[in-house]
Write a protein of this length. Structure first.
Length: 197
């Protein structure tokens, strides 16, 4: 299934850049909408909880616990946690690819069942773009399997919300994987344009 693509994919759209209310390494937390959910940069101490979150959700691909800790250590300026007083209700792990300084690649994003339908996934992406590590970002990328409808819907909705293109491109064919694995398609959102004034 192809994603909706604007007829002028090179069009640059002015978007009010979200204010960076949190920054990597900052211990303070900022209250954002929905009002009872806090969004903050991830730290290595969050890695174990992310691993448990994915294991218990049962719908995301579970990676080694070490991978979550390492991602938060090396890419803490592009990773976020969403939490309530009861604990983690969402997270996004992302990084800037070495040869694509204008792109943030979303490696994994998850939202707890109890807060789905409240815009938490969209807000995680918006807050991701507000981090210092994303100040030069004009594109969001993610790889998504054909069966992962929630992620497809999320990235399409984000592109629609900001009026930019969301392209679906071949990425990793199934034969790249040693075990049974669906192909991965690259979803590329943008270009995002942040006013300088």
């Amino acid at each position: 299934m192809n994603l909706p693509v604007k007829t002028d994919p090179g069009r640059v759209v002015d978007i009010a850049r979200p204010q960076a209310k949190v920054s990597a390494g900052s211990p303070r937390r900022t209250r954002e909408r929905p009002k009872d959910i806090l969004y903050r940069p991830a730290t290595p101490a969050d890695g174990a909880e992310m691993w448990r979150f994915v294991r218990e959700a049962g719908v995301l691909e579970l990676n080694q616990a070490y991978a979550y800790v390492l991602m938060c250590q090396h890419f803490g300026n592009t990773c976020l946690v969403a939490e309530t007083s009861d604990g983690m209700v969402g997270f996004v792990l992302a990084y800037i690819p070495p040869r694509q300084a204008d792109t943030v690649f979303v490696w994994q994003i998850g939202v707890a069942r109890e807060v789905r339908g409240r815009g938490v996934g969209l807000h995680l992406l918006r807050q991701l773009l507000a981090l210092d590590g994303c100040r030069n970002v004009r594109y969001i990328e993610a790889s998504v399997t054909p069966s992962n409808q929630p992620s497809q819907n999320l990235f399409r909705a984000f592109a629609r919300k900001w009026g930019v293109s969301c392209r679906k491109l071949p990425f990793f064919p199934r034969e790249f994987f040693p075990e049974s694995h669906e192909p991965e398609y690259l979803y590329r959102i943008g270009p995002l344009h942040w006013p300088t004034a």
